[in-house]
Ligand binder design. Structure first.
Ligand code: PLP
Length: 391
């Protein structure tokens, strides 16, 4: 039999499997505009599109954010940067950490700007730029207390002095990253900020131009205007999710992602019958159990089993039993006020795992709490296998 890949397009992904994401690009535009209003016209915007734009689709989000005025795109890996270049996106791209030195030829060839914090990398990078008759622009990452990556804040001059002999190197930006921008306790945050301010001042005092100074992630954009400097890095809030409750009153965000499925099977169970692996759930009365094709390989965290819910016909119903790799089940109680729905639930009916239908709504933030994680991890994992429709 001949495999005809082209024919995939004849039958849409959502007609091949009944689970999908919808991403509302107007919501993303709205959230970017909220950030722009906060930072004013003189501060640049870097939009973070790493991890396939937090599961929302990197090319769509990159293009939209460029149209909304982003000066820079931020990614985590060389491959993420190359994917943007491959799609003919000819915009400033910053890799937010230092990639392996073995990837340097690609950085130079495709004008991908690295964050740098070791002199070995800086020299390699400058030498490769010389070889390709180009310059070697970079952003310096300063570690002010998160202790993840960066030159330690009190060793910045040593670093700069050790690489300054290389004329191809061009310091075009300097940044740090906050560990606690969304925490109720602000002490560590201000400590980091003062270390950063001191490091920048010391650079200037010693004749080093730090270039574009930046520090703010989503939470600090809305919470700490004095961390805006020359540019801010907008991540999770661009997608419409609150990093923590401290942000709730500071900005009006619109969530971009909703999660959809259709019922693929249904049956009525009697008292005591079990559902899914381990039969950990047992029916306490006569119930209808409906199956939907979304499991932990689709990003529905197994830790949420028995705690999460779905929306069906504008009402909330509990998910029951273990979450499988590709499917999970939910329950409609025959004796509840929703009994009418119970009798009618049929294969093909649409349900929502995240979104709003009438009075009923389930947010990414709620789902994250029920799964004992953060909104970031929830949206990243939903992006892995389900197709995305842009609305
Ligand atoms: C991922 C990342 C961000 C974005 O953080 P949000 O909390 O999503 O705004 C900003 N800066 C750096 C260095 C990052 O790695």
């Amino acid at each position: 039999m001949k495999f005809r890949q082209k024919s995939f397009g004849d039958i849409k992904p959502t007609d091949r499997r009944w689970s999908w994401l919808e991403v509302d690009m107007d919501a993303i535009r709205h959230n970017i505009n909220q950030a722009k209003a906060k930072i004013g016209p003189n501060c640049k915007l870097l939009t973070i599109v790493k991890a396939d734009a937090y599961g929302h689709g990197v090319l769509q989000v990159a293009k939209t954010s460029i149209n909304c005025g982003a000066a820079y795109l931020g990614v985590a890996t060389v491959d993420e940067a190359l994917e943007l270049r491959d799609a003919k996106i000819d915009h400033n791209i910053l890799i937010l950490s230092q990639p392996p030195a073995s990837s340097i030829p690609l950085l130079v060839e495709y004008n991908i700007i690295p964050s740098i914090y070791t002199s070995e990398f800086a020299i390699h990078y400058a030498e490769e730029a010389d070889k390709q008759h180009k310059s070697a622009p970079y952003h310096l990452a300063i570690n002010t207390g998160m202790n993840r990556v960066g030159v330690r804040h009190n060793e910045v001059l040593d670093f700069l002095n050790s690489v300054k002999f290389h004329r191809a190197l061009e310091l075009i930006g300097t940044f740090t990253h906050f560990a606690t921008a969304d925490s109720a306790n602000e002490l560590d945050f201000y400590k980091q900020k003062s270390f950063f301010d001191a490091a920048i001042q010391k650079m200037k005092d010693n004749g080093f131009d730090p270039g574009i100074v930046h520090a703010a992630n989503s939470a600090s954009i809305f919470r700490y205007p004095d961390t805006h400097y020359d540019m801010v890095r907008l991540g999770v809030c661009m997608y419409g999710y609150y990093q923590s409750d401290v942000l709730k009153d500071l900005v009006d965000l619109k969530p971009a992602m909703t999660v959809h499925a259709r019922i693929t099977d249904e049956r009525i169970l009697g008292l005591g019958e079990g559902v899914s692996y381990g039969l950990k759930y047992r029916a306490r009365s006569s119930v209808k159990i409906c199956t939907i094709p979304i499991g932990y390989a689709d990003g529905l965290h197994r830790a949420g089993a028995g705690k999460i819910s779905v929306i069906y016909k504008g009402k909330i119903f509990p998910q029951v039993g273990s979450i499988c790799m590709d499917m999970c089940m939910f329950e409609i109680d025959m004796n509840s006020s929703s009994a009418q729905i119970n009798y009618n639930a049929q294969i093909g009916d649409e349900i929502l795992l995240v979104g709003k239908d009438g009075e009923a709504s389930i947010s990414i933030e709620e789902l994250a709490k029920q799964c004992d994680t953060i909104p970031y991890e929830i949206v990243c994992s939903f992006g892995r296998r389900m197709p995305t429709l842009y609305v």
